[in-house]
Ligand binder design. Structure first.
Ligand code: ADP
Ligand code: 5GP
Length: 204
């Protein structure tokens, strides 16, 4: 049986990476799709774990060879999702989770309508600004630019299946876990549900 595909998007600084780290620790079978990007690694980021860091020329050659399921430009840098990683794991019955921006999410949704999409919102603009600064990983102009991009991104919340307002971290983790567990219902639990129904003597 094919795996489920989850898409998570959020304005930068909302806490998406933090939430995904908790989720991935809970769900060993969930495969995180490591994207390719032309941006420089931030402090602490590892090649092959957080991203595959690549140059523009290599990235564009991959675009030509149609190696990306989707790709987009964000803040002048290119980001893309490996088609073979996603397809291969879904085919093998594994669930896959993508951390991609709103442009990428729309592309994936149009190709794979069954994907479950989740949008993470910060509690307010002021709190987003505070978190971006608290992270202390980017220069002021990058933070300003990310806040500007966020203004444009939040209007896309309607295109997502679920919204999580990431206020209290523990609550958000529970919500995200519930969504991913819920994704099991239609496909994965069919056999179990059939057994339960037959224990009732079958349907009707
Ligand atoms: P993103 O991946 O969305 O850009 P991060 O996960 O890097 O964001 O989080 C940005 C900053 O906000 C980090 O310093 C993180 O520790 C903090 N953070 C994340 N979630 C919360 C939360 N619910 N409450 C307070 N701070 C948070
Ligand atoms: P960051 O530079 O903060 O890691 O990511 C910037 C934005 O790019 C975030 O919204 C993140 O979700 C998005 N992003 C990361 N990987 C991909 C990808 O493969 N495709 C697309 N479309 N966006 C991505």
């Amino acid at each position: 049986m094919r795996g489920n595909l989850y898409i998570v998007s959020a304005p930068s600084g909302s806490g998406k990476t933090t939430l995904l780290q908790y989720l991935l620790r809970q769900f060993n079978d969930l495969k995180f799709s490591v994207s390719h990007t032309t941006r420089q690694p931030r402090k602490g980021e590892r090649n092959g774990v957080d991203y595959f860091f690549t140059d523009r020329e290599t990235f564009l050659a991959m675009v030509d060879r149609e190696e990306f399921l989707e790709w987009a430009e964000y803040q002048g840098q290119l980001y893309g999702t490996s088609r073979t990683f996603v397809e291969g794991n879904l085919e093998a019955g594994k669930d896959v989770i993508l951390d991609i921006d709103v442009q990428g999410a729309l592309q994936v949704k149009s190709k794979m309508p069954g994907a479950v999409s989740i949008f993470i919102l910060p509690p307010s603009f002021a709190e987003l600004e505070r978190r971006l600064r608290a992270r202390r990983l980017e220069p002021e102009d990058t933070i300003r630019r990310r806040l500007e991009i966020a203004r444009g991104e939040i209007v896309f919340y309607r295109d997502y299946n679920y919204i999580i307002v990431n206020d209290v971290l523990e609550d958000s983790v529970l919500l995200l876990e519930a969504i991913v567990r819920g994704g099991d219902l239609p496909s994965r639990q069919e056999d179990r549900i059939k057994d339960i129904i037959s224990s009732f003597g079958g349907l009707g």
